[in-house]
Design a binder for this molecule. Structure first.
Ligand SMILES: [Zn+2]
Length: 327
């Protein structure tokens, strides 16, 4: 009888895999996730396991806290000691504004196995510079391999520079927000097209990034995948639904309308994209589109003006002959 009981017990390692598998079945829910809400399985689905036995309690807690959802920097300071081993993914909700940056860092000191960081910002706030609060301590930030950011208010090359500086070992970068950086006018714009674009455009043989993005991401020597999800509306002049001959990488409708219709500019611009330097390990860049009413899009006009002044001198468009320019 004793022999039978011993054989009937599953090894802890196998139980761990079963529990992880069980918890991960809730990953399907991530397809319908909302920014600023936890995408973890509900506690009610895990709690019965924690009551079944001492071993299952340990394994269930370990699996459930593999992702840790926090809403303030204080939540990180009060993490259990075990999180150092359990937590591989931090999901931080930051509702502040960079117009008044608090001298408080999001402190990852207790999370030595961190592999992924997700940050959800408040789209109603100017927030891009708050990225500077997510790189402490450096030795932990620098081991993060995947970064996902929702609703950065101003996805300019400056934000990309902050990301590349703080997270040098990134393999995957995902940005999702309403606006996109236009590399022709150097302003963050809401994209509009003539009709609905495909759900996803994948670039694997060309760079697929705005050129300033490619420049600032180049120091990330391990970066393999970039996913850019942007809002869009209808009423523009260009269509991406049938073909993508312009290798669209965020150009706004006003720029495409004005510049692509005259002379050889369009052809030169596309050729320039094909020969652009890329981050050395980059494999794919994916653009995903979500329809949005333009009236619901928040645009910070002050930043708009600052950014134009800041980047006008380093515009890539300035290296080409722009129709209508004096040169
Ligand atoms: Zn533009």
């Amino acid at each position: 009888m004793e022999t039978f009981t011993r054989q009937a017990q599953l090894p802890t390692e196998l139980l761990r895999q079963i529990v992880l598998e069980y918890v991960s079945t809730y990953d399907e829910g991530r397809k319908f996730e909302e920014p600023r809400h936890s995408y973890k399985p509900p506690w009610s689905s895990v709690e019965p396991l924690t009551l079944a036995s001492k071993v299952l309690r340990q394994l269930a807690l370990e699996a459930w806290f593999e992702v840790y959802y926090v809403r303030t920097p204080d939540d990180l300071l009060h993490a259990w000691p075990e999180f150092e081993l359990w937590t591989k993914e931090l999901h931080c909700v930051e509702l502040g504004t960079d117009l008044r940056i608090l001298p408080v860092q999001w402190d990852f000191r207790a999370f030595h196995r961190l592999r992924k960081l997700r940050i959800d910002f408040d789209p109603m706030q100017s927030n891009a510079m708050l990225l500077m609060r997510f790189d402490h301590p450096r030795h932990i930030a620098s081991q993060i391999q995947e970064l996902e950011i929702y609703d950065i208010s101003w996805p300019s090359p400056m934000a990309i520079h902050l990301i590349a500086d703080a997270f040098p070992r990134l393999r995957t970068l995902k940005l999702s927000q309403d606006l996109m950086w236009c590399n022709l006018c150097n302003i963050c714009r809401f994209s509009t097209f003539r009709d609905h674009p495909p759900e996803e455009i994948t670039y694997d043989k060309s760079v697929g990034l705005p050129s300033h993005y490619a420049t600032y991401l180049r120091p990330l020597i391990k970066l393999e995948d970039v996913v850019l999800t942007v809002g869009y509306g209808l009423g523009g002049s260009y269509s991406l639904s049938e073909n993508n001959g312009i290798l669209w990488t965020g150009e706004c409708d006003a720029c495409m309308d004005m510049m692509f219709s005259v002379g050889d500019f369009r052809q030169d611009w596309v050729e320039k994209k094909k020969t652009m330097m890329r981050p050395p390990s980059l494999k794919t860049v994916k653009w995903r589109f979500r329809y949005k009413n333009v009236l619901d899009v928040v645009v910070d006009l002050d930043e708009d003006e600052d950014e134009v002044a800041q980047t006008a001198d380093e515009s890539d468009a300035g290296n080409l002959t722009i129709p209508g320019s004096d040169e």
